[in-house]
Write a protein that binds this ligand. Structure first.
Ligand code: RM4
Ligand code: MN
Ligand code: MN
Length: 428
């Protein structure tokens, strides 16, 4: 479905007075307000194609209806989000779930919604029906790490194929997440698994166009539970470093062991020039894939605090120089509503982190004034920046309150009407 721009205009007109009342204290007296609003307008967060359907657990799945049945419908869903918040201007595809059969048409369709194609993702964690080559080949015991060179070759060729699809759509990065590892002690020679994985990644790296990046995503556990071959930022950094300047580490917030200090990881990787991309989500236990900012909003703020500090130190462009993406799954919420909430949470954390008084923080640190340093951070975190985020949306042509408008326009009911109540999105 397409969103009639008049609906957004009417919604904004109805909320304008109240919005102005909340915004004017900012524009009247806060010097940075304009700069923060502009940064928010520029900041876009990519939506993964696999987050548009209802997720599930190994115990069950409870789809809500109206899920996108094709790549075109996935693009339409992200188009809807972007029309509402003007901050979701890119879609990230997963191959083979989203193979573009007519790339030119797919590109045009995305452009009609103002969307670009973010990183393309390969999938060697599932056996795919119809994979070229010997049907006996399986990823059950890994892909790029596999002891059988034929399995490794199939996985390498798949990644090269994913790059080819990405090139046809104008993507500029490949994200490789490997489920490779082992479930039991003794199963794997760690040293050899690392070497085989590196050598496979080198073959993929050799096929990267000059203006592309490859992101090596790490994950501490699951689906393998004893060891993961790209299990932490250290091993991802090793691979990225050995591969070369086009290779970077990708941080997915749900891929750490409990209590990991993710903000410190981010700071170190950025300082080394090896942080490439981000997958936002939130978690209580592990890779829960919950709405960004729903469980640990302070952590999200602290991560953004390091991102801004590190990017500014390297004179990086906040909006363009890192890959920003949501990687979430929605078991009990409407996926589109959940994604609107995630984008807003990310924008809020970003805006709050932009407000941190960095000069004062430096001074407090140099004086070992722990109390003052904490006060400075929490002062920014406890500031209600919602009027700034709403103003950025307004200026970019979005809705003052995307979630309220989504509900008021009964978008989900209409999608169910168009697509049916029993549709199932491809993906996990
Ligand atoms: C993984 C990982 C990857 C994503 C898959 C679907 O846990 O987060 O980024 O491609 O899930
Ligand atoms: Mn991820
Ligand atoms: Mn994950």
């Amino acid at each position: 479905m397409n969103l009639n721009p008049d609906f957004i205009a009417d919604h904004n007109a109805a909320g304008q007075t109240q919005h102005q009342r909340k915004l004017s204290p900012w524009t009247d007296s806060v010097e940075q307000a304009e700069a923060v609003i502009q940064k928010l307008v520029d900041f876009q967060i990519a939506i993964p194609s696999w987050a548009l359907g209802t997720g599930g657990t190994r115990f069950g799945r409870f789809p809500g209806g109206g899920e996108p049945r094709s790549l075109e419908e996935k693009i339409a869903d992200v188009g809807l989000l972007h029309a509402l918040n003007r901050a979701s201007g890119a879609i990230s595809l997963h191959i083979p779930w989203d193979i573009p059969t007519d790339p030119q048409a797919t590109k045009q369709l995305a452009a009609s919604y103002g969307l670009a194609f973010d990183a393309v993702n390969s999938n060697t964690f599932q056996d795919q029906p119809g994979e070229p080559g010997d049907s006996q080949l399986s990823y059950k015991f890994g892909s790029l790490q596999h002891v059988d060179p034929a399995v490794r070759r199939q996985a390498i060729d798949h990644n090269i194929e994913v790059i080819r699809h990405g090139v046809s759509l104008g993507s500029k990065a490949l994200t490789v997440w490997l489920s490779d590892g082992s479930c039991f002690p003794g199963q794997l020679n760690f040293r050899k698994a690392f070497e085989r994985t590196l050598s496979s990644l080198q073959d993929i790296y050799a096929a990267l166009p000059d203006d592309w990046k490859v992101f090596v995503e790490y994950k501490a556990f699951e689906p393998n539970f004893y060891s993961m071959t790209v299990g932490d930022w250290g091993s991802s950094y090793l691979y990225a470093n050995k591969l070369g300047p086009k290779a970077y580490t990708l941080v997915d917030l749900g891929h750490h062991l409990p209590n990991a200090n993710i903000e410190q990881i981010v700071a170190i990787l950025l300082n080394e020039g090896k942080l490439g991309g981000f997958h936002f989500n939130d978690s209580k236990y592990g890779d829960d894939d919950l709405t960004a900012g729903s469980i640990k909003p302070y952590q999200l703020f602290l991560i953004f605090n390091e991102l801004i500090d590190g990017m500014d130190a390297r004179q990086m462009n906040h909006a363009q120089d890192l890959g920003w993406m949501i990687d979430a799954s929605h078991n009990v919420k409407d996926p589109l509503e959940d994604l609107l909430q995630s984008v807003e949470a990310i924008q809020l954390a970003y805006a709050q982190a932009l407000l941190v008084d960095r000069a004062a923080l430096d001074e407090a640190r140099d004086a070992n004034d722990v109390v003052r340093a904490q006060e400075i951070l929490q002062d920014a975190f406890r500031t209600d920046v919602r009027p700034l985020v709403a103003e950025a949306r307004l200026r970019a042509g979005g809705a003052l309150n995307p979630l309220a408008l989504f509900r008021q326009l009964t978008v989900r009911q209409q999608l169910i009407g168009e697509r049916g109540a029993k549709t199932v999105a491809t993906g996990l």
